[in-house]
Design a protein around this ligand. Structure first.
Ligand code: F6R
Length: 600
């Protein structure tokens, strides 16, 4: 993970770097640093902690016209000042930041750097020392940089300063995201366009195994063999206000509230003026041709995939399997004859999912990516892309991307059903519009959710979420939300499964949150709730209008039974939010996590 930013130009480098890092903090936030070069030499500032701490530490009197910065999510070595980037070569001449994991760093160290003293535990330090070493051989920075990059195995986005050269930044990329932003008299480098939107909306994509020389007035993209690549810039279509909190105390709350809007946007984007679905014909044909859909994702996106499987099987009549990417990658099941792989990823950069994509492409299978970031790696490398239209999701805990993924999966399944001539007994787009209204009703009832937290989760050490069928999948997501931001140990279970072991954990006062939105299992899940109450649980039921009972803690507005996950997840997101708020947790940046998980 980690975020990197670089700047070369005329303006105040310090502000561009610090602003950029603040926008990249979602990628990691356990330590940070910047290096700036001016006529007096290199100025290096590193802290353990957040960008706010770095801002306080950086000497405000320093003026520079080039620099690099980094916000870290630790992989090799604990969060500390020594392990924070930028890292410097033994001579002090070269300084670099790196996002990714160098898989062969131990080998490189043994082979080339046995006599070098290391100051950090990072894999990154190997790169910068190697550049020093090879500079001794080639006496040319660009050549030494290229030679070292050719030796690296693994993932990297790198930006490097040569202290003897105030005119060029040296940049390289493989598997980790990296863009070059173009300006008048300046250029920038960033892991994500969001970091530098304040200064430019013109960007150049950088592909894997490319090196870029970034000057104030030009940018040269080269392949590893030195051939120059001609690439046109594109305009980043991100609204700068989308990446601000506005009057909200947290991005997570803002993003929960945006769900009705996002659902309506998806309805609009995927319909033409005659209210017909408008999906790319190639996607339609690929779905029709598939004998089995393999959905690959991680975390919250995996949970959306579980819901999506139901749509694909029930509406489009195609068998579907859902797999956790990190498992599928190393333990592939027997595949059908004509599989279609559907990758679900908010960021489009998740390394575990990408590893599967690379493997199945090598095997010659087609792939569709459903993502919030259309230019992302998973989007570029798949055959087809469906956009989530959710707008940037900044809070580490995913909310609006989850519901957007489910809405797009419904549309995909409905489109396939229509293409196959299958009759549906409901109007899906009309039902999605009803869902958007229901979401709005729920986001207007925040006080009720906060009260439920007081009654059920206030002093909880652990919590269980139970449901059956579609509710079970939402319970898994509810539990993930609660644990990741409030640190309450939580599990989502199939209601019928508790009694096969886990019920042993229920004791006096254990919170159990049950979802009851599915008519055919309404009585069964209520029976499971009675079982845990009999063992002392502090249980509540969140049901759906039409199947509610007087004792239910909360009743959701009625929506089509297939689409209930889009609605029942909203109270669970809010429960997690208020539980974390009451505990004083850092809601948007929970401990140990990062938004974009670009390491396997
Ligand atoms: C949890 C969360 C994560 C992500 C997972 C996959 O709130 O956000 O579980 O869903 O890391 O990320 P993407 O969807 O970017 O592939």
């Amino acid at each position: 993970m980690c975020g990197i930013v670089g700047y070369i130009g005329q303006n105040d480098t310090k502000e561009v770097l610090l602003n950029g890092l603040e926008k990249l903090e979602y990628r990691g936030y356990d330590s940070a640093g910047i290096a700036m070069l001016n006529d007096n030499g290199l100025n290096l500032f590193k802290v353990k902690g957040r960008i706010a701490a770095l801002r306080g530490y950086v000497n405000n009197t320093i003026y520079a016209t080039m620099g690099i910065g980094h916000t870290r999510w630790a992989t090799h070595g604990v969060p500390s000042e020594e392990n924070a980037h930028p890292h410097q070569s033994a001579s002090g001449r070269f300084t670099l930041v790196h996002n990714g994991v160098i898989e062969n760093y131990q080998d490189l160290k043994k082979e080339h750097l046995s006599d070098t003293a290391f100051v950090s535990e990072t894999d990154t330090e190997v790169i910068v020392h190697l550049i020093d070493k090879l500079y001794g051989k080639y006496e040319n920075t660009a050549e030494a940089f290229r030679q070292v990059i050719s030796l690296l195995k693994g993932s990297y986005a790198i930006a490097m300063i040569d202290s003897e050269d105030q005119d060029n930044l040296y940049v390289a990329k493989n598997k980790s995201p990296l863009l070059v932003g173009l300006g008048e008299g300046f250029n920038v480098v960033a892991s994500d366009a969001m970091a530098t939107l304040k200064v430019t909306d013109q960007y150049l994509e950088i592909y894997d195994q490319e090196i870029v020389i970034v000057n104030r007035s030009f940018v040269e993209v080269q392949r590893l063999d030195g051939t120059v690549v001609d690439r046109k810039p594109y305009t980043a279509k991100i609204d700068a206000s989308d990446i601000e909190k506005g009057t909200y105390p947290h991005f997570m709350l803002k993003e929960i509230d945006e769900q009705p809007f996002v659902t309506r946007k998806i309805i609009k984007e995927y319909q033409n003026e005659n209210n017909e679905l408008k999906l790319d014909n190639d996607i339609r044909e690929a779905m029709k041709a598939a004998d089995r859909i393999y959905i690959i994702a991680c975390g919250t996106s995996y949970h959306a995939g579980l819901v999506g499987k139901e749509f694909i099987e029930k509406l489009a009549n195609i068998a579907a399997e859902v797999h956790v990417a990190s498992e599928f990658s190393y333990n592939m099941p027997l595949l059908s004859e004509k599989p279609l792989f559907v990758f679900i990823s908010q960021s489009g950069e998740t390394a575990d999912s990408r590893s599967v994509l690379v493997k199945i492409k090598e095997m010659g299978y087609p792939a569709l990516t459903i993502t919030n970031v259309p230019g992302s790696t998973l989007s570029r490398e798949a055959d087809y892309t469906l956009n989530l239209y959710a707008g940037p999701e900044i809070a580490v805990a995913s909310t609006k991307a989850y519901t957007a993924q489910i809405a797009v999966l419904v549309i995909l399944a409905v489109d396939t059903a229509q293409a196959k001539g299958l009759k549906l007994d409901f109007d899906p787009m009309q039902e999605l519009a009803i869902v958007a209204n229901a979401m709005e009703i729920l986001t207007d009832q925040k006080e009720a959710m906060e009260e439920l937290v007081t009654n059920y989760l206030q002093a909880a050490r652990n919590a269980f979420f139970i449901g059956r069928s579609a509710d079970y999948h939402v319970c898994m997501e509810g539990a993930l939300k609660l644990k990741e931001i409030s640190y309450i140990q939580a599990e989502g279970f199939a209601g019928g499964e508790l009694k096969h072991g886990t019920i042993a954990l229920i004791e006096e006062g254990t919170p159990v949150i049950a979802l009851a939105t599915q008519a055919d299992v309404n009585y069964a899940i209520r029976g499971n709730v009675q079982e845990v109450i009999a063992r002392g649980a502090n249980a509540m039921i969140i049901s759906m209008k039409g199947m509610e009972q007087d004792t239910d803690a909360f009743v959701l507005p009625h929506v089509h039974e297939l689409l209930t996950p889009l609605v029942s997840v909203v109270p669970l997101q809010l429960l997690a939010y208020y539980a974390a708020l009451h505990r004083g947790c850092d809601i948007d940046k929970p401990r140990n996590l990062a938004k974009s998980v670009t390491v396997e």
